[in-house]
Design a protein around this ligand. Structure first.
Ligand code: ADP
Ligand code: MG
Ligand code: ZN
Length: 617
């Protein structure tokens, strides 16, 4: 760009010089000019405001020579010219070319420069007048090459998206029955797990055009530009339906609209409102599916998640061992592998890696091999690459082996207690794959039936399950970690609700101690956080809550001690596979006592025994 500007300036200078020399010929001083007039050497002159142009008489038959002199204040000029018989004309407005060069062209140049810089900022093609056009920013791909085969380790997300592919392939089939097609699909998951890749794969499988835009690109300097861009994006998409509109990094645009002390986010809000309006406004039956991706779903504006907008959410989680092996298989296709490279081993060593990390790993290993002039990538290169990447990922909190063991025992504890005790939903899945949102592992229970009422026994069992994780750590390692913080919080909440709201403690009776819902029109800061009761009662409540928790802890301990071998076996298996489904869990657990038996008493006695209890006063 610098060169263009310099070149232009040079051209301008040359042009001006050329113009003057062409017009004025030789430049002479004013006094010289007056001398020439007095010597009768001047043929004719044109007098302008600022200078005098004229021609000298050709001497000895030579052609007349033009000249220019800069004019100075000289009241006797006209008199002199007349006396010496010089033909003279005045000149006022015949300097358009001079004006053009001296004034209009630089102005045009400035306008062009201005346009150029704004275009760089706004990114719209075509100069000043087309800020709002999003053409240049919208990445439209009519022929996406990515298929589901290029994505691995996210089978559940893939299954959910297949339905969208079916619909895009044949929208009429679905709409003729009158079914409601999802308008918006939100892919949620940690960075690098393949959200963008999956969205492209949906377009590739369905063979429909793929419009993509990143949320951060919507947010421009000028109020209204982002909104115009959204409008434009949808206008373009509707023409090409069926197609996919993909908004990457939705959180940049769809952050909750809150009042911030730093002033309003006018522009972002307008853009978001426009997006909401477009999503409401157009008809999903036309076959435009809006997909979006985010790794921060918690910051999204609630309005985006309402029915008719991004009402379907697909979790794209980090892969387990098997998933990692599949992903590695995809990415090693492009590199030459030496014999003895075992992807299974690599997968086992890369717990906590997302798809993008694995792609990076393969690349890194290939580079290492190339640096050593090898012809194929060896296992050693992979090992070295893993060490390097883990060092780099340490900041991103990849679990160490020791931590993984603790998490495995912790989750196994939850799962065993949940399988053994009565009144609980069956365990659907245990996982120690680190999730993006803080949890190190999870045990998932699926309800068999909708429950509207929970008995005291159900709640007691739930307490036991929540404490099962912590208890397993105690039994296996004799030490405890911070990993149970959330469990303890939830257990305490349940126990407190049992005591103060559900009337499940005989000690405190059927009184509600939780207080009413606080009226919203009174500043909550001035109201007590609890119902109205004496300090003495507060002590009793605390003691009862503690007793419930302690009893549940004891019950969990009894269960886990009885199933000590199973705890070891399950934890080892979990460390190896990272995810265990209900079928395998059943096999590992072996025969269980019938759910309604009282093989393991977990009943919390209605009233605390008077002796040695801390609730006695
Ligand atoms: P995200 O959008 O979730 O942050 P991307 O889709 O941009 O992640 O992934 C970046 C790259 O990492 C992809 O282009 C691909 O090469 C690789 N990758 C990520 N996840 C997977 C996966 N599940 N299977 C195969 N490759 C993956
Ligand atoms: Mg992405
Ligand atoms: Zn837990």
């Amino acid at each position: 760009m610098m060169w263009v500007i310099l070149g232009f300036l040079l051209l301008l200078a040359l042009g001006q010089a050329f113009f003057y020399s062409m017009q004025g010929g030789q430049t002479i001083s004013y006094s010289e000019f007056k001398t020439l007039v007095r010597e009768h050497k001047v043929e004719e002159v044109t007098v302008a405001d600022d200078r005098v142009r004229g021609t000298l008489k050709g001497e000895n038959g030579a052609a007349a020579r033009p000249f220019t002199a800069v004019r100075i204040e000289d009241p006797k000029l006209v008199e002199d010219l007349e006396q010496n018989g010089v033909k003279s004309t005045g000149e006022v407005s015949s300097r358009w070319l001079g004006e053009l060069l001296g004034w209009i062209i630089p102005l045009l140049f400035l306008v062009a420069l201005w346009g150029f810089f704004f275009r760089r900022m706004g990114g719209a093609e075509g100069g000043v007048m087309s800020f709002a056009r999003s053409k240049a920013k919208i990445y439209a791909d009519d022929d996406v090459k990515v298929r589901f085969g290029d994505v691995a380790g996210v089978d559940e997300a893939e299954d959910e998206l297949r339905e969208i592919v079916e619909f895009l392939k044949n929208p009429k089939k679905y709409t003729s029955i009158g079914g409601r097609i999802p308008k918006g699909v939100l892919l949620v998951g940690p960075p690098g797990t393949g959200k963008t890749l999956l969205a492209r794969a949906v377009a590739g499988e369905a063979k429909v055009p793929f419009f993509s835009l990143s949320g951060s690109e919507f947010v421009e300097m000028f109020v209204g530009v982002g909104a115009a861009r959204v409008r434009d994006l949808f206008a373009q998409a509707v023409v090409k339906a069926p197609c996919i509109v993909f908004i990457d990094e939705l959180d940049a645009l769809g952050k909750a609209r809150i009042q911030s002390p730093m002033g309003s986010h006018e522009e972002r809000e307008q853009t978001l409102n426009q997006l909401l309006a477009e999503m409401d406004g157009f008809d999903a039956r036309k076959g435009v599916i809006i997909m979006a991706a985010t790794n921060r779903p918690e910051v999204l504006d609630a309005a985006l998640l309402r029915p008719g907008r991004f009402d379907r959410q697909v979790l794209v989680d980090k892969p387990d061992v098997r998933g990692r092996e599949e992903i590695l298989k995809i990415h090693v296709k492009t590199v030459k592998l030496a014999d003895g490279v075992d992807l299974k081993v690599i997968a086992a060593r890369t717990a906590g890696f997302a798809g993008a990390d694995l792609a990076n790993l393969v690349n890194e290993a290939a580079l290492l091999a190339a640096r050593k002039d090898k012809t194929a990538v060896e296992m050693k290169d992979f090992e070295e690459a893993i060490d390097r990447l883990i060092a780099g990922l340490e900041k991103k909190r990849v679990m160490s082996d020791k931590e993984r063991r603790i998490v495995a025992y912790h989750e196994s504890g939850h799962a065993i207690v949940a399988s053994v005790l009565p009144g609980l939903d069956p365990v659907h899945k245990i996982s120690i794959v680190q999730r993006g949102f803080g949890a190190l592992g999870y045990t998932m229970q699926l309800p068999l039936e909708d429950k509207y009422l929970l008995t005291r026994e159900d709640l007691v069992s739930q307490l036991c399950v929540l404490l099962g994780g912590r208890t397993a750590e105690e039994i296996a390692f004799g030490r405890v970690s911070t990993g149970a913080q959330n469990d303890l919080q939830r257990a305490t909440d349940i126990a407190r609700a049992m005591v103060t709201e559900f009337g499940m403690s005989e000690e405190l009776g059927l009184v509600n101690y939780a207080g009413q819902q606080r009226p919203t029109f009174i500043d909550p800061g001035f109201l007590p956080q609890r119902g109205n009761y004496a300090e003495e009662t507060a002590l009793k409540i605390d003691n009862e809550v503690k007793r419930f928790i302690t009893e549940a802890h004891d019950a969990a301990r009894r269960v886990l001690e009885q199933y000590r071998d199973t705890l070891d076996r399950l934890s080892e298996r979990l460390l190896e596979k990272e995810v265990i489904e209900s079928e395998e869990l059943k096999a590992i657990m072996g025969p269980l006592p019938p759910k309604d038996s009282d093989a393991i008493p977990v009943e919390i006695p209605p009233v605390a025994p008077p002796a040695g209890s801390n609730s006695s006063q």
